[in-house]
Design a binder for this molecule. Structure first.
Ligand code: PMP
Ligand code: GLN
Length: 386
């Protein structure tokens, strides 16, 4: 069909193409490559959880859930936040169940960012933040992290704050670097925005994936900070079911009320049987407490594999991503290198430059190690040949 020439499409996101996660997973499929690019496990979620969904479907839990979420799930999440982070939450007024973390982030940004507002993003960053800010009419202000350790210098960071700053978006454990906030980071942040009108959007989807004895520094642990925060979580990361697209947003009542004004017209509510199933499954804390040990083993197995290669692994304190510097192998741009790894070597990875607005290329690629042992071993066999 010929396009109608009277139709002028003026893109609201002219600089945006297809997300790297779709691009690399498609390339991996096309070339039958091992897919260590997009972040998802290659193993299934627990049978017990699937059986619970089936149970609730059979019991007739198939109509709209309440807009904010199924009450038992809200209750279980409030309990969990109390036992892990000491937070005293009102389940009904402070927790909203969303269609994954991506929707929670989008809804939070849409609810609070107005035309001309500045939003500070820390890059490299998950790729949904900046388009969401721009669609809301906001202006992204970028703080760049980089080699060797992706540390934030909070004094430098403070220089980015202006009277127009409406929101700061942070992410710990951090995708893609694997860096984890320390208590000092949270305290610096708390100090920085105390007595301002700045909101904090805290992406905590990897809350359970911290290694080497580190504890996740949730904003829920810091009552002062929490008063001006929206914290976002994802069940997909915690229970190996990224395809269910379920998550939540936790925020004080006044912020949650604004969040829900958008949420109700954005999705209204999300899958009913899955919410009831998750509520039951959350009753056993071991179901999420054992995750750190489970993934730390995979990280260590993957690090061992990398040791025999020419890739130089960067520190990974959390998430299920391991980044590595490939500058000893090639000086190609990372996007080209990632494509060549997929097409010629049969191993798909993510080039880290795509997480920067500036496309800063430090010759780093990201591997997802949420994979079974055999896949990690096969990856190792390929990596030593590159
Ligand atoms: N934030 C970060 C940092 C992520 O890596 C991801 C990817 N899973 C998300 C948010 C989105 O999570 P969800 O799949 O629940 O939308
Ligand atoms: N967060 C996942 C990653 O970083 C992918 C999410 C997505 O595909 N949208 O790989």
């Amino acid at each position: 069909m010929h396009p109608d020439s009277s139709l002028q499409i003026e893109s609201k996101l002219p600089w945006v193409g297809t997300t790297i996660f779709s691009v690399m997973s498609a390339l991996a499929r096309e070339h039958n490559a091992l897919n260590l690019s997009q972040g998802f496990p290659n193993f299934d979620c627990p049978d017990e959880l699937k059986d619970l969904v089936t149970h609730y479907m059979a019991q007739g839990y198939n109509q709209y859930a309440p807009m904010a979420g199924a009450p038992p799930l809200l209750e279980q999440l409030a309990r969990k936040a109390h036992s892990l982070y000491g937070a005293q939450l009102d389940a009904q007024q402070e927790i909203t169940i969303t269609a994954g973390a991506t929707q929670a982030l989008f809804t939070a940004i849409t609810a609070f960012v107005k035309t001309g507002d500045e939003v500070i993003l820390i890059e490299p960053a998950y790729d949904s933040y900046r388009p969401a800010v721009e669609l809301a009419g906001g202006r992204p202000v970028i703080y760049e992290l980089g080699l060797p350790d992706y540390q934030i210098d909070w004094d430098q960071f403070a220089d980015l704050i202006s009277p127009r700053t409406r929101m700061i978006i942070v992410n710990s454990p951090h995708n893609p670097s694997g860096r984890v906030f320390s208590p000092a980071d949270l305290k610096a942040l708390q100090q920085l925005i105390r007595n301002t009108n700045i909101l904090l959007l805290s992406d905590e989807v990897y809350e359970h994936l911290t290694y080497d004895g580190q504890f996740h520094q949730s904003v829920l642990r810091y009552p002062d900070l929490y008063q001006r925060s929206l914290a976002v979580f994802s069940f997909g990361k915690t229970f190996h079911n990224t395809g269910w697209k379920l998550g939540c947003c936790i925020a004080p009542p006044a912020l949650t009320a604004e969040f829900r004004k958008v949420h109700q017209f954005n999705v209204f509510s999300v899958s009913t049987p899955m919410q009831y199933a998750l509520a039951d499954y959350l009753k056993q804390p071991d179901n999420y407490l054992q995750l750190a040990g489970f993934y730390q083993q995979k990280r260590d197995a993957f690090l061992e594999v990398l040791q025999n290669s020419r890739f130089r692994p960067l520190p990974c304190q959390g998430t299920y991503f391991q980044s590595a510097d490939y500058s000893a192998i090639s000086d190609e741009p990372d996007t080209e290198f990632a494509k060549r790894m997929t097409v010629e070597h049969g191993l798909a990875v993510i080039p880290v430059s795509v997480f920067y607005s500036s496309l800063r290329d430090e010759k780093v690629v990201r591997f997802c190690f949420a994979k079974t042992e055999d896949v990690l071993k096969k990856a190792g066999e390929i990596l030593v040949t590159i």
